[in-house]
Write a protein that binds this ligand. Structure first.
Ligand code: FAD
Length: 488
């Protein structure tokens, strides 16, 4: 029986393990932490439960598919529900807007609130769908680094429709072309942050992202986000995948350009194949020191990071839902600080995620578990303690202004994560959330492929390689890896 070692139990590592086990391999997953899930895990403070990282769940069918590999009804492990309200938006001038999950209701309400012709909204949503349909099979579901990908009908369709993809404009330029109202432009510019990029730099093709949320929907797992990684871990164990926790892999071993195994705790273990789920940049720096690094790929700008306040709040806020955004007054300045100046601007956009709105037991009676996240520059050695003190005050001021409250009087528990601590906990280079950024129109082609062209039987999955970061793309990377690996 051919043996595979998966390095890292992030969502893509677990998904790859499941797919390769279903192909008949013996699979062992090595994880440096004492829990599985990587960025997708959870912790408790007092009577509150918090999801550590991801909060938005789209394309749940990609998770269901993994249960399908074993003819198991996903519901016996993992349940989720579709949200009727996608997100609440707040501005300092008192303007509020709730995005309804029903597309037609959204169009009507947005047109009315922002005094925008309905056609502008429906045309925009149609164009986001067109972009997704033209490119998803090509850019997201296949390896971009195999010649056969370019000989397909999908490529031809994309090439013929190149103009519709808006590759030569920034997302902001495309949004300004569709919408009159600056707040609507801002609302749609925010989607650049879904892969840690700037709307002023990322190409207009990224306006396909709202399609995922607005046409496919936003979901919440019954027990919170960590339920995604935990129910998949349970499935994996049930089908015979072995998890080795607290086992940091030190080296990926190969002879004559072919995988021989891994070194863990000074000990060599023999494997026929290695799937690396560790951030690819960190992997070349630490596990593949002797290999020639793919210089151009590793030089790419990283996606943004985050600073998160996890607050136990002893009050309930009716005006808030699961996802809430309190917008900055100057979005351009915020992104200039994120990607150029590398420290916080004085007026950040504040994202508040509250799972206790949907998940029983996440907060005590009459209280809420707030996950308050700011997009942050990547970790380049800034003084995060000083940055945290500075920005905490601004965040509180923003919340108080938008929600007319005194939130500082209601915080009874606090935990903070910074780009630096995210880097340490997940081995993500510079603490970036989504691998390399998409601030360049060639970013998709410069991401690391899902296989090594130098070392046979070495594959890569996860947010730092093709097709990119975020749970859905990580799950697709596992699918691509599995398609590249022959049947056992
Ligand atoms: P990771 O989660 O990066 O895990 C890699 C694993 O490898 C870790 O467990 C690590 O410990 C392990 N590892 C590393 N080195 C070694 C070694 N040498 N030996 C053994 N194990 C090792 N995505 C969304 O879809 N929606 C969101 O709303 C969202 N919000 C986010 C908010 C935050 C704060 C963060 C941090 C991320 C967010 N993301 C979101 C992104 C999403 O979390 C990631 O894209 C995804 O979880 C990455 O999964 P991965 O498979 O690449 O592995």
């Amino acid at each position: 029986n051919m043996k595979i070692a998966v390095v890292g139990s992030g969502i893509a590592g677990i998904a790859s393990a499941l797919r390769l086990k279903a192909k008949g391999y013996h699979v062992e997953v090595f994880e440096q932490n004492n829990y599985t899930g990587g960025k997708l895990h959870s912790f408790r403070r007092g009577d509150y439960r918090f999801d550590y990282g991801p909060s938005l769940f789209t394309m749940p069918q990609l998770v269901d598919e993994l249960f399908g590999l074993y003819n198991i009804d996903p519901k016996s492990y993992f349940e989720y529900k579709r949200k009727n309200t996608i997100c609440n938006y707040f501005w300092e001038d008192g303007q509020r807007f709730q995005v309804n999950a029903d597309k037609n209701t959204f169009i009507k309400e947005a047109a009315k609130t922002f005094n925008e012709p309905e056609n502008n909204l429906s045309d925009y949503l149609k164009s986001t769908q067109t972009k997704y349909n033209l490119t998803s099979r090509l850019f997201l579901e296949k390896s971009l680094h195999k010649f056969s990908t370019y000989l397909s009908k999908d490529t031809l369709k994309a090439v013929i429709n190149l103009g519709k993809l808006h590759l030569d404009n920034s997302l902001n330029e495309v949004n300004e072309r569709y919408f009159e109202h600056p707040k609507l432009v801002q609302l749609f510019n925010r989607f650049a942050t879904y892969n840690g990029s700037s709307p002023y730099k990322t190409p207009g093709i990224m306006s396909m992202i709202p399609h995922l949320e607005m046409n496919y929907g936003a979901y919440i797992p019954k027990h919170g986000m960590h339920d995604i990684s935990q129910s998949l871990t349970k499935l994996a164990k049930d089908v015979g995948i072995i998890f080795k926790l607290n086992q940091k892999v030190d080296e990926i071993l190969y002879d004559d350009k072919k995988i021989r195994g891994i070194r863990v705790n000074q000990e060599e273990q023999i494997f026929d194949m290695v799937i690396c789920n560790m951030d690819v940049y960190s992997a070349y720096k630490s596990l593949l020191k002797k290999a020639t690094p793919p210089k151009k790929t590793l030089e790419q700008e990283r996606s943004s990071s985050a600073l998160i306040f996890y607050w136990g709040v002893n009050k309930k806020f009716k005006e808030l839902d699961l996802h809430n955004i309190l917008f900055t007054e100057d979005y351009k300045k915020e992104f200039d600080h994120l990607f150029n100046k590398k420290y916080f601007a004085d007026d950040p956009t504040v994202y508040i995620n509250i799972t206790s709105k949907e998940v029983n037991g996440d907060a005590p009676e009459g209280c809420e578990n707030w996950f308050v996240m700011l997009n942050a520059p990547t970790n380049c050695g800034q003084d995060w303690s000083a940055q945290t003190t500075y920005i905490r005050e601004k965040v509180i001021a923003k919340i108080n202004k938008c929600l007319d409250t005194k939130i500082e009087n209601h915080i009874e528990i606090e935990h903070v994560e910074t780009p630096e601590t995210i880097e340490t906990a997940t081995a993500s280079f510079q603490g970036s959330l989504y691998g390399t950024s998409s601030n360049d129109k060639f970013a998709a082609f410069l991401r690391h492929p899902n296989f090594s062209s130098k070392i046979k039987n070495l594959y890569f999955c996860g947010g730092s390689v093709h097709p990119g970061g975020g749970i859905p793309l990580c799950l697709l990377s596992a699918k691509i890896v599995s398609d590249l690996v022959p049947q056992a």
